[in-house]
Design a protein around this ligand. Sequence first.
Ligand code: 5GP
Length: 195
Amino acid sequence: MNFLEERIMKDGVVKEGNVLKVDSFLNHQMDVALLDKIGEEFHRRFADLNITKVLTIEASGIAIAYAVARCFDVPMVFAKKAKSINIDGDMYTTEVESFTHKNKNQIIVSKSFLSSADRILIIDDFLANGCALQGLISIAEAAGAVVEGIGIVIEKGFQYGGRSIRNLGYRLESLAIIESMDAATKTVVFRKQEE
Ligand code: 5GP
């Protein structure tokens, strides 16, 4: 088990509706030493890529993407959730359906902060059905940037996001992939991955 799987076993809480709560160390209270370790681990895994920018989505992706961007020594950009009223021609925009809140958000990134010169590493906390990632990919591609890699902290392997993103040919690395989890028995089973 890697450091993140160990932490999920210790402090993760399985909820009804296929939701894993990691509020005590990742999504609400944040273990900053763990975030540093996550940043270093993604840096190690994507060290062969010439990344110019890290891209994520607010809110829970921000701290993680910051830790990763620190290690690559590049800027981090986060997509903002916006009311459509705010949107003008200076923004890349797309619609994303939220897995946890079951609503749709417009997400925006200023055209000033992404360009065709950028080689992007996308970072997020969870991968479920892949809507958030699809939104970030479409924004990066609208800018003409290259999506070099995608780093996810916790992938729920029993939902279809990971499979569809990998099928599109993206290099996707998840620090922990949950094969199954059960709210009644409070159990989590991880997919075996090469270290
Ligand atoms: P997707 O767009 O892949 O369906 O869902 C990804 C987004 O939903 C993530 O950015 C994350 O914020 C949220 N999410 C999905 N599943 C979970 C979960 O089990 N636990 C938590 N805390 N957030 C989740």
